[in-house]
Design a protein around this ligand. Sequence first.
Ligand SMILES: Nc1ncnc2c1ncn2[C@@H]1O[C@H](COP(=O)(O)OP(=O)(O)OP(=O)(O)O)[C@@H](O)[C@H]1O
Ligand SMILES: [Mg+2]
Length: 232
Amino acid sequence: MLDVTKLSAAYGQVTAIRDIDLAISEGGILAIIGANGAGKSTLLKTIAGQLPTKSGSIVFDGDDVSGLPAYERARRGIIMVPEGRRLFASLTVHENLQTALSAKRKGAWTLDAVYDLFPLVAERKDRRAGNLSGGEQQATAIARALVANPRLLLLDEVSLGLAPSIIGELYASLPIILEQGTAILLVEQDVSRALNVSDEVHCLLQGATSLAGKNIALSEISAAYFGTERDS
Ligand SMILES: Nc1ncnc2c1ncn2[C@@H]1O[C@H](COP(=O)(O)OP(=O)(O)OP(=O)(O)O)[C@@H](O)[C@H]1O
Ligand SMILES: [Mg+2]
């Protein structure tokens, strides 16, 4: 479904990701890990089209989308839940979900189906998004993304700073999303969680892939995560 080859992107003159290769098939889940500033959000933004591709390709459902604007990629089903969630604080939860209806693609995720998946969102549908806890906002942001019926869901820092009980609920929803054939590309700070939930993990270090694989042991990750010079 998604085939990223030698992808690079920059902020002005400063290259932030370099020669990234990754692929995800329908219903697959790949996790990106890496230290602060490694380029994880940049990679997601580049795939979503919020940042231009400097070189390399992003092939999605057979087409190179790397030159397409973000809204066109969203129309094809590349939907991102950004770091920090970006809900409309003064709108209710329900109104936030409704904002996604205009970009809705055909698929299983009706408003009712999304509320069934996240009872905690349903219970708060008339509350203003700005008054929710971080975890409730994260669930609402994922629910809003689902309403658009993504083919590829890009999730940045799903669990950062959230209460463990809510993290459990959010992660429990992922297999159900994958069952519908949606693929997930996930940025996760919690390395063991990333290893547990995903088919494949890629570790970024200073904008490049330092380790990638399907059965990586926790013990292999430290050098790839911090760089081998850390102790010197
Ligand atoms: N808008 C921007 N303008 C210029 N440089 C940026 C911008 N956003 C990020 N960068 C730089 O690009 C690099 C990668 O940043 P990015 O946000 O992708 O990292 P990250 O892995 O998501 O980090 P974090 O774990 O802190 O979210 C960093 O060096 C960062 O300082
Ligand atoms: Mg980030």
